[in-house]
Design a protein around this ligand. Structure first.
Ligand code: ARG
Length: 266
């Protein structure tokens, strides 16, 4: 079955505000370079890995809408739409709702007082949905989503400002492998991961790799696509039978995002 992925071209992408430690309005992304990097990622996913890519129309007032991972968490045909913590990104919500409605998905919205940042903070592994909390997503949304969908949600506390979304430090792969960065989680969350994921299924990144957002990977079958990273990481992946594709995403790192953030599997 082909993977279907939602992306949003970076026509208006820039660093307009600062809502995570990677963003600095004095360190601007270069527009033509960002366009080129985004297109390279798009080409790898579409042409090499044969994913079906759907596009969301970019809007000038929401430069971070390129990060479609934050649109929603998907469950079959249901899209549980994000409620962004920061007002700067709340404007995106209406465009996401509109897109999912127009494309035949069942749109579910959360209570206004819940913060929840979609697949940026909620990822399926095995039979569970693992969900990050504190920096962006509030834990009350986890419970609500578990009840709403009748699924098992495992909450993981994120403790490092630099890894403010679960998908910056945790990436489930095919056959229940997991790439993750232990330094982003509190001790209890680390225990939970260790208790649920057998050692041979864990692919642990080091500090350097984590700083390149190596965990922010797109996985299509046996292929894993990341920002540029180390030879060590490629070797780790290959030992587990995966193929590694790297592509420079420096301009998106300036906003605190990389490969996975620019995509949403729908
Ligand atoms: N500048 C964006 C923000 O702070 C980056 C989002 C990255 N998305 C992700 N799924 N990690 O919200």
């Amino acid at each position: 079955m082909t993977d279907k992925i939602l992306m949003c071209p970076p026509d208006y992408f820039c660093i307009k505000y600062e809502i995570n430690p990677w963003m600095n309005i004095d360190v601007q992304s270069e527009c033509p370079l960002a366009q080129k990097q985004w297109k390279n990622l798009y080409d790898i996913l579409k042409n090499h890995l044969k994913a079906e890519i759907k596009l969301l129309e970019p809007k000038e007032e929401v430069p971070d809408m390129v990060f479609t991972a934050n649109a929603a968490v998907m469950h079959g045909n249901k899209a549980i739409i994000s409620r962004f913590k920061h007002p700067e990104r709340q404007l995106e919500q209406k465009y996401f709702i509109e897109w999912f409605r127009q494309n035949g998905y069942e749109v579910i919205t959360l209570y206004p007082d819940m913060s929840f940042e979609g697949a940026g903070d909620a990822l399926y592994l095995g039979n569970s949905l693992y969900a990050g909390y504190v920096p962006r997503t509030g834990i009350s949304s986890h419970l609500y989503i578990a009840e709403l969908l009748g699924i098992h949600v495992i909450s993981l506390e994120l403790v490092s400002n630099s890894f403010y979304h679960l998908d910056t430090c945790f990436c489930p792969l095919k056959d229940d492998y997991l790439i993750y960065y232990p330094g982003a989680f509190d001790e209890y969350a680390n225990k939970v991961i260790e208790n649920n994921v057998p050692p041979e299924k864990r692919i642990i990144v080091n500090d350097e790799e984590a700083s390149y957002f190596t965990c922010n990977a797109v996985n299509i079958n046996d292929a894993v696509v990341t920002n540029l990273t180390t030879k060590r990481f490629t070797k780790l992946l290959e030992e587990k039978g995966f193929r590694h594709f790297q592509t420079d995403l420096s301009e998106f790192m300036k906003a605190g995002g990389a490969a996975k953030c620019l995509t949403l599997k729908i």
